[in-house]
Design a protein around this ligand. Structure first.
Ligand code: GLA
Length: 386
């Protein structure tokens, strides 16, 4: 749907008049998985698909939430903005508005909102972060709240914690809110220092493969991994004073790993610390134009997520296995939280068609699921469209 069509839909629903349009993208993480909530490094970029929010203040004491993707709508009065409503989709925008209220920025008047997104849900491409960020940026702008962008990112993350129950790190909201076109964000999730690194992939495309696996990012399994990382920190603390796993170098880990008695917890820590090293190495490789090296690190990332972190599952593993059989594939891994979702592969231009055809066919034959592929364009973070 284009902007004019979206505006027409808004007018059909809420009546004629001015309307503001905002956009926030989904993201694909190139490397650095399950490191963000451990104070480690990540390396995501924004996509060109994402979520639009059309918004106009109304003259009521309530916010109206509607979406062109789902049927349920809601009218929430200003005194109810801090309460989640069941498992409804509008908890994401509501959860963000709740963060403004908590800062003492309670709107004096309501607004009408209409959302439309083209990030596939449950594909591990951060449709929820896109929805949170687009709400934060829109509300901040039309109510003149003057929050810094990075503050809006943190508010999006809090909305996810409090209104969706996922104790996520900051990567997805940061990528959606802060990334620049044709750049990936090399983000230190402890300090929030970051660098915009140009994604110059001469002769190579980023191909996303959506497994269309029915398992969605399961908040239970995700939160369990967060807890296992905390258990690793606790086991290490008597020997080394750390607050999070990201403070350990790989060499530090080799010294203390035997102190972690629980084998599962040790494996989780091994993934996190090795992944942080792979992420730094991958950024160096990209800057030096060493794409083959970058691809090997992506492969290493997947294998560690499969064997040590155990968040891949049959569909993601099958798609990655099939991808790696294709000539011209430089690297392939799962991206995002895992447990279903998508893979990201670096594929030479001349191999892209064969990749989509063969990986698609073999994946479907082995899993019974029809996948989807997108040749990713690296897009711009949250912004006002008009
Ligand atoms: C999800 C979370 C992120 C991050 C990734 C795994 O996308 O929302 O914060 O932890 O999983 O890297």
């Amino acid at each position: 749907m284009n902007i004019e069509e979206l505006k027409q839909q808004f007018v059909n629903k809420y009546g004629k008049g001015e309307v503001s349009v905002y956009f926030s993208p989904g993201r694909v993480n190139l490397i650095g998985e399950h490191t963000d909530y451990n104070g480690g490094f990540v390396f995501p970029c924004a996509l060109t698909f994402g979520t639009y929010c059309l918004i106009r203040k109304n003259d009521k004491k309530s916010f109206h939430f509607a979406s062109l993707n789902v049927e349920n709508e809601a009218d929430i009065t200003i005194d109810q903005l801090t309460e989640p409503v069941g498992n409804e989709w509008f908890n994401y925008p509501l959860g963000v508005i709740a963060q403004f209220v908590k800062k003492g920025k309670t709107p004096d008047i309501g607004a009408d909102l209409l959302f439309w997104g083209n990030v596939p849900n449950g594909a591990g491409l951060s449709s929820s972060a896109a929805l949170e960020m687009v709400t934060g940026v829109a509300i901040n702008d039309i109510y003149g709240y003057a929050e810094e962008r990075v503050e809006l990112v943190k508010m999006g993350q809090m909305a996810e914690h409090e209104f969706a129950g996922v104790h996520c790190g900051i990567m997805d909201q940061f990528a959606s809110g802060m990334a620049h076109k044709d750049h990936a964000l090399f983000l230190n999730c402890d300090t929030l220092d970051y660098e915009q690194v140009p994604v110059k992939l001469d002769g190579v495309k980023i191909v996303i493969g959506n497994t269309n696996s029915p398992h969605k990012l399961d908040s239970g399994m995700y939160n369990k991994r967060v807890a296992e990382c905390k258990a690793a920190v606790k086991a290490i603390q008597p020997f080394k004073s750390i607050k999070q796993l990201g403070e350990l170098s790989w060499e530090d880990f080799l010294e203390v790993q035997d102190k972690i008695e629980d084998e599962t917890v040790r494996k989780r820590a091994r993934h996190v610390i090795s992944e942080i090293k792979r992420t730094r190495d991958a950024v160096d490789a990209l800057k030096a134009g060493k794409l083959e090296k970058f691809g090997q690190l992506m492969n290493g990332s997947h294998d560690s997520l499969r064997d040590d972190y155990e968040v891949t599952g049959n569909e993601l593993d099958t798609m990655v296995e099939e991808a790696r059989k294709i000539d011209g594939v430089i690297g392939s891994r799962m991206t995002g939280g895992g447990f279903g979702g998508s893979t990201v592969s670096l594929v030479k231009d001349e191999a892209v068609d064969a990749f989509i055809e063969q990986v698609g066919r073999n994946y479907e034959a082995r899993t019974g699921l029809k996948p989807e592929f997108y040749v990713a364009e690296v897009g711009e973070g949250s912004h006002k469209v008009c």
